[in-house]
Write a protein that binds this ligand. Structure first.
Ligand SMILES: CC(C)(COP(=O)(O)OP(=O)(O)OC[C@H]1O[C@@H](n2cnc3c(N)ncnc32)[C@H](O)[C@@H]1OP(=O)(O)O)[C@@H](O)C(=O)NCCC(=O)NCCS
Length: 203
């Protein structure tokens, strides 16, 4: 039975174990020790390991930081499941746990970036309510989606797009009201003034 166990600063050797698990499972993922140390020291409560007995078989690591307009933005920085434990719902469990921990950390929104080809990860995020907000070009590595889960209703203060000036500048429809009305801005404009991301689209 695989259990989700929070990382604890009481056992910092787990940082090495997590890093070793990542390097062994997917050598293309970040391996810099300082990255793991800094992240886990800063946000220990946002890291969860999937443990089968003593073995780490999955991990999710998140962060939370102030973003635009004082929004507290959570981010899922790393999600990984051991190959022989995939397709059993473990990835989904880890993301659900990460979302829960970010809600506890008072995040207003959660952002992730995932390759457009990573259909399994996209399925997990969409099932948990994330929506695709921006297509990111990524050099030789292919395109990625930025996906967001809004935990707080949108207000005019949070989204520049709802201001009259901005709407005039980019010519799009207005974002306004709560998250439930996101689909009202489907003009598909790119908001080239850089003040906000592309229009939300529900999928
Ligand atoms: C992405 C990843 C975490 C998913 O882990 P997982 O444990 O297999 O995820 P789940 O079992 O919860 O499955 C997720 C979805 O993919 C589908 N899926 C998984 N394996 C599949 C397969 N072989 N064929 C078809 N669909 C599959 C599941 O059906 C599920 O969709 P559903 O909710 O509609 O049923 C895992 O593949 C992984 O570690 N990949 C490498 C790292 C990575 O890409 N991380 C994400 C970066 S954003």
């Amino acid at each position: 039975m695989v259990q989700l166990v929070p990382y604890s600063t009481a056992d910092p050797t787990k940082i090495d174990a997590i890093r070793a698990f990542v390097i062994k499972t997917d050598p293309t993922l970040p391996s810099n020790m300082w990255l793991y140390r800094c992240t886990l020291h800063s946000w220990p409560q946002l890291c969860f390991m999937a443990m089968d007995g003593e073995a780490i078989v999955g991990v999710v690591i998140s962060t939370v930081q102030i973003h635009h307009n004082n929004m507290l933005r959570g981010g899922i920085m790393l999600l990984l499941v051991r190959k022989d434990y995939r397709s059993c719902g473990l990835g989904r469990r880890l993301v659900a746990q990460a979302v829960e921990s970010l809600i506890d950390a008072d995040a207003d929104e959660i952002s992730i970036v995932t390759k457009t080809t990573n259909t399994n990860a996209i399925k997990i995020y969409e099932r948990l309510g994330f929506i695709r907000t921006k297509l990111l070009p990524n050099g030789g590595g292919g395109q990625s989606w930025r996906m967001m889960l809004l935990l707080e209703p949108l207000t005019e203060e949070l989204w520049d797009c709802s201001s009259e000036d901005c709407a005039e500048a980019c010519g799009c429809g207005l974002f306004s009201g709560s998250a439930g009305s996101l689909s009202s801005c489907n003009s598909g404009c790119d908001h080239e003034n850089g003040q906000h991301e592309t229009s939300y689209r529900t999928t």
